[in-house]
Design a protein around this ligand. Structure first.
Ligand code: NAD
Length: 506
């Protein structure tokens, strides 16, 4: 909940219509510190509660969201410009899966864990315990204002942390609504809070919080990591990508083309794991490209009122300028626009037409820099080795996909893709319901969301050792003596030496 609004405000604008929606305060360092104090106070009880009680609240939250999904989708669409189907499918549905997954499995993921003990230490008991970190700050982007705010907090909350969400300055209302809903369904005051503002509010949150979970661009991620390093607080970073799709000549062309179009244009291409570039083997390149273009031309772009739109507007003016810059750079260097390639003239808002480019190469920004918009550049390659070399020729390593009629070959090549996540004959499906970790390598991030790793990261790890025998003195304690050294040497040889003679003779 917003408290103590500051004098400065940010205008929130509907990117599809360019109409002003509201103003929200740019909360100051003092506001953020106050939110942190509330969060720490709430943490005292919340962290002591049990998993069952937290799960019960999560179910209520899920049911409330389902009962009010139209209202929630409306707020998401108004500040992002995305179609209603995507607000439901990629945001509300995501929350349901995340709640389902962590409410069911958190207890098992975080229970005490024994470790294999060496013979010499069998008179001890050792296990690992997981404790919540404290008040975790979430600094969030604008492309999924529900999934990447409330959705991100679910494992942290289930682990017993309290959370402070700093939504993007472009899409703050969804997170504010989410925090209100949490309070409405019974989360204790202070457990889920938002602080609104721009980068300065995010920076203040890094100064206050016990841990930072950041999702956003590589450039900001670097600044976040530097600032957090000064306080030595834990940080996880989910950053950008330039995700390649490799289509081999034995692939199912129809399925691959359908996937390429959805993977590139869903959410107007503003998904960290969108298909950002395609490498297709020459023998099927023509057929594949033709189908992609046909399907792209059929996409319905517009402002969605009744689930009749496939592609909405973009969300952020600067991102649209990046798209325009990348396409212009590609065309200047020889790329051919097969469809799209411009802002949609039928709308005032930030609509860029779904665009397919041919004759692209790695001298172009469209193939090397994150575009984060509705553009699909297709590059023809002579064989799988060239495809892999080009796919790996990137400073990013987030998601990727490989398409082949031979699953074994696809799997073997998948392991050679330098990406934290890879799909074989599928795309953009690496989300919370799969139960497996999702994270970037290279400049795409640090740490993993989803699965067991996605909740453990919001915990400190405590190693606990209990002595079982209660001897007055251990062999390794004072005083040292020749006798104890001799026993030690013999034991060393017995337990570790590979020579049987030395094992037995000492
Ligand atoms: P951004 O980096 O511009 O902003 C992200 C957040 O950081 C915003 O809330 C912003 O106010 C805040 N911020 C800005 N400067 C800050 C500072 N100095 N200190 C602290 N906080 C600061 O990113 P964006 O444009 O909102 O989001 C788009 C980017 O997010 C893309 O690069 C996309 O790939 C990435 N992303 C990654 C994932 C993933 O899982 N890897 C998911 C979604 C989006």
């Amino acid at each position: 909940m917003l408290e103590a609004p500051s004098a400065n405000t940010i205008e929130v604008v509907n990117p599809a219509t360019l109409e002003k929606i509201c103003e929200v305060p740019i909360q100051t360092s003092a506001d953020v510190q106050a939110a942190y104090q509330r969060s720490r106070r709430a943490f005292q009880d919340w962290s002591q509660g049990n998993f069952e009680a937290r799960a019960a609240l999560m179910w209520r939250l899920r049911d409330y969201l389902l009962d009010h999904r139209d209202e929630v989708a409306e707020v998401i669409c108004s500040e992002t410009g995305k179609p209603k189907s995507e607000a439901l499918l990629l945001e509300v549905t995501y929350i349901c899966f995340a709640i389902d997954f962590y409410a069911k499995h958190a207890k098992r993921f975080l229970r005490d864990r024994g470790a294999p003990l060496h013979w010499l230490l069998r008179h001890k008991k050792v296990f690992t315990a997981y404790h919540p970190v404290g008040a975790v700050g979430f600094i969030c982007p604008w492309n999924f204002p529900l999934t990447l705010t409330l959705g991100e907090t679910i494992p942290a909350l289930m682990a017993g942390n309290t959370v402070i969400i700093k939504p993007s300055e472009f899409t703050p209302r969804t997170a504010m609504l989410a925090a209100e809903i949490c309070e409405k369904v019974g989360f204790p005051a202070g457990v889920v809070q938002t602080v609104t503002g721009d980068g300065s509010t995010g920076a203040a949150l890094i100064e206050a919080a016990d841990m930072i979970s950041f999702t956003g661009s590589v450039a900001t991620g670097r600044r976040v990591l530097e600032a957090a390093a000064k306080r030595l607080i834990p940080v996880v970073l989910e950053l950008g990508g330039k995700d390649p799709m490799v289509v081999l000549k034995d692939a199912d062309v129809e399925r691959a083309a359908n996937a390429a179009v959805w993977g590139a244009f869903a959410n107007s291409g503003q998904i960290c794991m969108s298909v950002e570039r395609v490498y297709v083997e020459a023998p099927i390149a023509e057929a594949f490209t033709q189908r992609v273009v046909e399907k792209t031309r059929k996409l319905r772009q517009g402002i969605d009122h009744d689930f009749s739109v496939d592609v909405g507007s973009m969300t952020m003016p600067r991102q649209l300028q990046i798209v325009e810059r990348h396409v212009a750079d590609a065309v200047r260097k020889g790329a051919i626009v097969l469809t799209g390639g411009r802002r949609n003239p039928n709308f005032k808002g930030l609509f860029y037409e779904p665009t397919v480019l041919d004759k692209v190469d790695h001298s172009m920004e469209i193939m090397t820099e994150e575009t984060f918009g509705p553009v699909l550049p297709i590059m023809r390659v002579c064989d799988e080795n060239e495809a892999l070399r080009l796919a790996n020729d990137s400073r990013y390593g987030l998601n990727s996909s490989i398409w082949s009629g031979d699953q074994r070959k696809g799997l073997a090549l998948a392991r050679r893709l330098q990406a934290g996540n890879v799909c074989v004959n599928d795309c953009m499906v690496n989300f919370v319901a799969t139960g497996s970790p999702f994270g970037g390598i290279k400049e795409s991030g640090l740490g993993h969301r989803h699965g067991e790793a996605g909740i453990r990261r919001y915990c400190t790890t405590q190693s606990v050792l209990v002595d079982k025998l209660g001897l007055t003195r251990e062999l390794t304690w004072y005083p040292y003596s020749k006798k104890s050294a001799r026993i030690m040497t013999r034991a060393l040889n017995f337990f570790f030496h590979s020579s049987l003679r030395k094992k037995l003779m000492g």
